[in-house]
Ligand binder design. Structure first.
Ligand code: ADP
Ligand code: AMP
Length: 249
């Protein structure tokens, strides 16, 4: 029986182009991916490449929360306060916007960054995918120790469209200007030393337990985030290629 969607809709079978050498269209093995790891491990950096490699919609709850904090509303102001303090936005708020985006753009696969960050968020995602007859393909853990993270975040610079640089490790061609869109590079206000410390503590307390959960589920793939970005990218790409082959067998 086909799976039922959230609104009682019947979820359509996902199909892709015919397999080479065959005339028959086949059911798709969609890539439903999560990037997980401490703040500053390099998730956004890797996501830029992976989006291009696999044509996946990139859904970063950090970007979504930064957009929401601009809203002139009680909620916008509360989100601004939470981000500046290095705390987490309430689960219900994040889950709602995340699921709306997945439903709007993630029909053929998705790349999540920064979600889930709590057990509750992971439960909500599992239940939502199950209701839609879908499942996660893999959870990509990018690992880096706290001292590396502190150095990374202190030197991170971003443009208004979310492209990421580092004052030492990933410098733009022209200082202070994004290579891709020419906009000004700035330091995020939560990349200040006191807030970095808080965000790391929140990661260890709230998010790190999810690593064991996904490992038990057989979904976890780990990558050494202290290697150069191109090397991390090659490893992830190779892992995803193997996963796809396994699904195709
Ligand atoms: P996250 O999305 O996990 O918070 P980012 O991708 O924004 O992390 O990376 C944090 C900072 O570290 C950025 O300044 C980025 O340029 C830099 N960076 C990312 N990956 C690497 C790497 N493998 N080696 C050195 N610096 C990196
Ligand atoms: P990021 O860009 O992923 O580092 O996220 C920036 C900030 O947005 C975090 O420090 C949180 O305050 C908030 N945020 C992003 N994603 C989530 C999430 N899944 N749950 C709660 N808060 C989040």
């Amino acid at each position: 029986m086909p799976a039922r969607g959230a609104g009682g809709r019947t979820a359509p079978a996902r199909r892709r182009a015919p397999h080479p050498g065959s005339n028959l269209p086949r059911l798709v093995s969609e890539l439903n991916l999560i990037l997980i790891g401490p703040p500053g491990a390099g998730k956004g950096t890797q996501a830029e490449n992976l989006q291009a490699d696999f044509g996946l919609p990139y859904i970063a709850t950090g970007d979504m929360m930064r957009a929401k904090r601009q809203e002139d509303s009680e909620l916008g102001r509360e989100i601004a306060r939470v981000i500046a303090a290095g705390e987490l936005v309430p689960d219900d708020v994040v889950c709602k916007v995340l699921l709306e985006r997945v439903d709007a753009e993630g029909d053929d696969g998705f790349l999540l960054d920064g979600f889930p960050r709590t057990e509750r968020q992971a439960d909500v995602l599992d239940q939502a995918l199950e209701r839609r007859g879908r499942k996660l393909t893999a959870v990509l853990l990018i690992e880096a120790a706290d001292d590396v993270i502190i150095q990374r975040l202190a030197g991170r610079r971003v443009c208004s469209n979310g492209h990421v640089y580092h004052v030492d490790f990933n410098r733009p061609k022209h200082e202070g200007v994004c290579d891709i869109d020419g906009t000004k590079l700035v330091q995020r206000d939560d990349d200040k030393p006191e807030t970095i410390e808080k965000r790391l503590a929140v990661y260890h307390d709230e998010t790190e337990p999810l690593v064991a959960r996904y490992e038990e589920a057989g979904l976890l793939r780990s990558f050494d985030g202290t290697r150069p970005p191109e090397e991390v990218h090659r490893h992830i790409r190779a892992t995803l290629a193997v996963l796809r082959l396994e699904e195709d067998l």
